[in-house]
Write a protein that binds this ligand. Structure first.
Ligand code: PMP
Length: 368
């Protein structure tokens, strides 16, 4: 009944855990992929005002001109990158889909560092592309050597998620420069997913846009401003690619929601450094609390820790956690391996305390 392209697509393992939440009474939920804070009040007010003022019609497919101007100014201010080749997208997921549609032909390979954000491999598969996984265990860092070992003549694209979901791996400017140079050597497009930019804890965040001319930056307002349901993001790419993505958006979701685009202009006025500080403290707490009993590569960003399971497979460990009302994500939902699990620390401190207590109790059970 369904098109062949569906054959290579799997339901998100994280969604499966979501459905388990319903059956767990009073869960300690560390499975979440969105920040625990709400949209700042002044940004909510801007959205309400936009609706009342009639900002309810289509915007140009490339996005509201004022928002695009502001994004362009931000890219210059933060990264020293001068570009007006910007497309407002429906979340980062919208940008990822458009980038793949614009650049990947059937049979083309796309390098995906494993562990990965689940969307990459499914979008690549949906267009008939071939996911080419690069195992990055145990430190979860993509390196030029790892690219060299995985690249084939069919490879056309490389995904980089900095900072990374689910591992929290973050890349310095020097590391990005080296990755960009290696990608260039093989003529690859880099799809750089920078949605966790505001959650970079140990050094100033730098964008791949600075280092590669064949970079498609994909990002969104979703995480930084607590608005994943508002569906606003943006992509920046070389003109021809950006134009192609814009054409494709005309035939899919048309434009990002108009009142929320307007509110995002207000969001860009805000200083978000407080969030970085707050989440750095959460990272330090969780890593400090788990470090003794779990093998952990200390995450430099995002809001996840990706420890090795202390016994059993990821699924066995997750079942034991659920029996203790704790929800975390099995590693295999975002990896080909079954050896790790994802803890999200996008939660109130009280919830984190309960969560690490359960995890340490489970680890103490030892091998069964
Ligand atoms: N990229 C990564 C790495 C993510 O973790 C997410 C959301 N979990 C997205 C993209 C999708 O973001 P959006 O909701 O803005 O589409």
């Amino acid at each position: 009944m369904l098109a062949r392209r569906l054959q290579n697509i799997e339901e998100s393992g994280i969604r499966k855990i979501f459905s388990r939440i319903q059956s767990v009474k009073d869960p300690i939920d560390l499975s979440i992929g969105q920040p625990h804070f709400d949209v700042p009040p002044e940004v909510k007010q801007a959205a309400i005002a936009a609706i009342e003022e009639g900002a309810n019609r289509y915007t140009p497919t490339s996005g509201m001109p004022e928002l695009r101007r502001r994004i362009s100014a931000e890219l210059l201010r933060k990264h020293g990158v001068r570009t007006d080749s910007i497309l407002v997208t429906s979340g980062a997921a919208g940008g990822l889909t458009l980038a793949v549609l614009a650049l990947l032909n059937e049979g083309d390979g796309a390098l995906i560092p494993d562990p990965y954000f689940i969307v990459y491999k499914n979008v690549v598969s949906a267009v008939g592309g071939v996911p080419q996984f690069i195992d990055t265990y145990p430190d979860f860092k993509l390196t030029p050597a790892r690219i060299r070992a995985a690249v084939t003549p069919a490879t056309r694209m490389l995904f980089l998620n900095n900072p990374n979901n689910p591992t929290g791996a973050a890349y310095t400017g020097a590391e990005l420069r080296a990755i960009a140079a290696e990608a260039e050597r093989h003529g690859l497009w880099i799809v750089s997913d920078e949605i966790y930019e505001a959650f970079c804890y140990d050094f100033p965040f730098e964008s791949m846009l600075k280092f590669s001319e064949r970079c498609i930056l994909v990002t969104a307002f979703s995480k930084t401003y607590g608005m994943p349901g508002w569906r606003v993001g943006y992509a920046a790419a070389p003109r021809e690619v950006c134009d192609a993505m814009q054409v494709l958006s005309q035939f899919s979701y048309v434009c990002a929601p108009t009142p929320f685009q307007k509110a995002c202009i207000r969001a860009l006025d805000l200083d978000v450094s407080g969030i970085t500080k707050e989440y750095r403290a959460k990272r330090d707490f969780v890593v400090g609390a788990l470090r003794e009993r779990f093998e952990i590569a200390v995450p430099g960003g995002a809001f996840y820790v990706f420890p090795r399971v202390p016994w059993g497979t990821d699924e066995e460990f997750i079942e034991a956690a659920i029996a203790e009302r704790l929800l975390v994500v099995p590693g295999n939902a975002c990896s080909r391996r079954h050896t790790h699990f994802r803890v999200s620390y996008a939660a109130a401190d009280g919830v984190l305390e309960k969560g690490v207590e359960v995890l340490n109790r489970l680890a103490a059970r030892g091998a069964r």
